[in-house]
Design a protein around this ligand. Sequence first.
Ligand SMILES: [Zn+2]
Length: 230
Amino acid sequence: MLIKTLLEDILQLFYPNLCIACQRENVPVTELFCIHCEVELPPSDMYMHKENQCTDRLSGSVPFHTGASMFRFYPHGRIQKIIHSVKYQDRTDIAERLGLRFGRMLKNAPHFRDIDLIIPVPLHPGKLRKRGYNQSEHFALGLGESMKIPVNVKSLVRFKATSTQTKKTREERILNMEHAFRIKKPIKQKNILIVDDVITTGSTIEACASTLLESIPDASISFATIALAQ
Ligand SMILES: [Zn+2]
């Protein structure tokens, strides 16, 4: 125990583990946030409720079992900075660590108990080449590891390079996402968790779910994201 602590102390001296939210404070290697950010960023409890703020986002056109975001997201807040570093600054390690932590919460949550497969929202191959990684895939890998559930990144593919969704209305977003995804390899499992970084209107997750349901009509689809946009 003493040796482990000593080793951790030495490691931290050379590789300081900065708080992923404020990047100022050093934190133990097992933690994500410093004590100040931990107090200000409590993970949301929406995963404990089958219907919640997150599932309310969806249009209702596709049936979902349940869904939840780890955090609520406020413009210019700490979570927005975290999402930015996960998406644009190669911080796949942050996405994975968030997934590990959220997975520990979901594992014992009543409505997520039956999940037997995790599928991250795929990026279009062109975008994947440009960015070099899919942030949602890394979040999914963390979730899969702590929930002990396989992550499938090969079956669902993004077929259409959709233009940016941010300035579109809900109807335009739905139209934009139409036929955006396809199933390339058959899926055996029936209790599927779709994973994305942020949920805004839910149109991306709904498009993935409707593609999965076309191929597996009796599937039960849930979703999980790092953040729920306000
Ligand atoms: Zn901090």
